[in-house]
Design a binder for this molecule. Structure first.
Ligand code: HEC
Length: 127
């Protein structure tokens, strides 16, 4: 019993240390977050279709609101954003604040490390 408790707290410490020290996102955790929170509206893989939201394949380096075949909001198109790690991260933190009037019905990822994780996953998955 004692040993089990000890193992648990050691694991908790490890996990805490891991997330506190994380500079770069963890693509594996990002994939799980994407599957839970984004996949209802987005595909990430090459050749993936538009859903409620635009296909994210090739999103890095692309101008906001220009996914082929997707009718983006005027606010998105006029934002003038070119998606990179920084702008995607800002958008996912607070979509409504970053691009007022955009039509993505998502409140934002609450924790900075969740943003880093999802961005790390997207960088791999949308290439
Ligand atoms: C309820 C559906 C929905 C959810 C959930 C959602 N999105 Fe979106 N997303 C949209 C829509 C709709 C747009 C287009 C917004 C516009 O044109 O104003 C969009 C736009 C985007 C864009 C800009 C794409 C471009 O080509 O300009 C990115 C990046 C993005 N979403 C990523 C995500 C990620 C990552 C998540 C999960 C953390 C997520 N979205 C969750 C619907 C959603």
């Amino acid at each position: 019993m004692r040993a089990t408790v000890g193992a648990f707290s050691a694991l908790a410490l490890l996990l805490a240390a891991g997330s506190a020290g994380a500079q770069m996102g963890d693509a594996g955790r990002g994939e799980r977050l994407f599957n839970q929170q984004c996949k209802v509206c987005h595909t990430a893989e090459k050749g993936g279709a538009n859903k409620v939201g635009p296909a994210l394949s090739g999103v890095f380096g692309r101008k906001a609101g220009t996914a082929p075949g997707f009718s983006a909001s005027g606010a998105m198109v006029k934002s003038g954003i070119v998606w990179d790690e920084k702008t995607v991260g800002e958008y996912l933190t607070d979509p409504k604040a970053r691009i007022p009037g955009n039509k993505m019905a998502f409140t934002g990822l609450r924790k900075p490390e969740q943003v880093d994780d999802v961005v790390a996953y997207l960088k791999k998955a949308t290439r």
